[in-house]
Design a binder for this molecule. Structure first.
Ligand code: HMG
Ligand code: MG
Length: 298
């Protein structure tokens, strides 16, 4: 029942770095993206075009897009919450964009300053303009297994928001456990609810590893037919509007798991580890990845 091949969506340069309080040079971000390209990642979320007052770390995204060494086989994507963001992403030459909603009303307010319904209306305009520019659009749903403000979130609510984004024209919906509280049975329940409206091959999982459950949750999702996994090199990450949300699951940990399961992923493990050590050294702290640290200690 496991897939034979998995696509990894590398979110380190965006989700990974957006929460860092000390400004990181565009040149460091560029080197990180270039190293991830060389490591064989086929999809790299390179930045976001959001308000610099809300997320100062992403203010350099245009520079990063301008300076990366692009491999034509790689998709360099950006988050775009509104038309202003989409226009900036188009100007920067993003290959693809992503809109991001939430299954929790409070999180939507805190993260993008509007209700779920208002966000869907706004996204509608973003999708229409993106289509005119032949840009593919990915959709995120946050808080799919819990919300930092509301606690439990009903799987039906997740399904409803995911369905709306899919109906709008998102080619894939990434289901985000923003604060990493989920456990396997909850993952199962949530995926069954969403799968009533969206086929498994149009879904991705985006798990933060705050409570150390991400790999168990990913294994569960793989067994249910999910074959796209979001992860972040060196386990970097966290959302500024989800207190205590630590890193995304580390790409290194996912690659190690996939290798053990005999699932193809197309990543050069050695170059991936080096990319993780590069950014960890820049941030002056060890990677949040057991695999990365074990390999470095060898
Ligand atoms: P707002 O204040 O309601 O926006 O923020 P506004 O339209 O009223 O505009 C206010 C000001 O923001 C104006 O500037 C606009 O120009 C500016 P002023 O006139 O005051 O100087 N502005 C922008 N500037 C640059 N780029 C833009 C843009 N839009 C407006 N695109 C807004 C609404 C959505 C902009 C704001 O709330 C925002 O930027 N939020 C982003 C939050 C964010 O990036 N969160 C992290 C990403 S989501 C995440 O991490 C979860 C995920 O990983 C999945 C998971 O883990 O669950 C995806
Ligand atoms: Mg995230």
């Amino acid at each position: 029942r496991l897939p034979t091949q998995v696509k990894l969506v590398e979110v380190g340069p965006r989700d990974g770095l957006q929460n860092e309080s000390v400004a990181i040079d565009a040149s460091t971000k560029v080197e990180l993206v270039d190293r991830l390209t060389d490591a064989g990642l086929s999809y790299i979320e390179t930045g976001s075009f959001v308000s610099p007052k809300w997320v100062p770390q992403m203010a350099t995204s245009s520079d990063v897009f301008a300076q990366i060494r692009r491999n034509p086989k790689v998709t360099y994507a950006a988050l775009t919450p509104n038309l202003q963001g989409l226009q900036a992403a188009i100007a920067a030459g993003a290959d693809e964009v992503a809109i991001f909603g939430a299954a929790s009303q409070s999180f939507s307010q805190k993260n993008i300053n509007c209700s779920i319904d208002e966000s869907l209306e706004r996204f509608h305009d973003v999708v229409e303009l993106a289509k005119q520019h032949d840009l593919k659009i990915r959709g995120y749903v946050s808080c799919v297994l819990g919300c930092p403000y509301e606690g439990d979130i009903a799987p039906e609510k997740v399904a409803e928001v995911a369905r709306a984004l899919f109906a709008m024209g998102c080619y894939e919906i990434s289901l985000g456990d923003t604060i990493g509280v989920g456990t396997p049975h909850k993952v199962q329940e949530m995926l069954v609810a969403v799968n009533k409206y969206i086929p498994m091959d149009k879904l991705a999982v985006h798990f933060h590893d705050t409570y150390g459950q991400a790999l168990a949750n990913i294994y569960t999702a793989l067994n249910m037919g999910i074959s796209v996994i979001d992860s972040s090199v060196a386990g970097l990450g966290g959302c500024p509007y989800a207190k205590g949300a630590s890193g995304n699951v580390a790409t290194e940990d996912v690659v190690y798991l996939l290798d053990g399961l005999g699932i193809d992923h197309g990543i050069n493990f050695d170059l991936l580890l080096k990319a993780g050590w590069f950014i960890s050294d820049k941030l002056e702290r060890p990677a949040i990845s057991k695999v990365s640290n074990a390999m470095r200690a060898k």
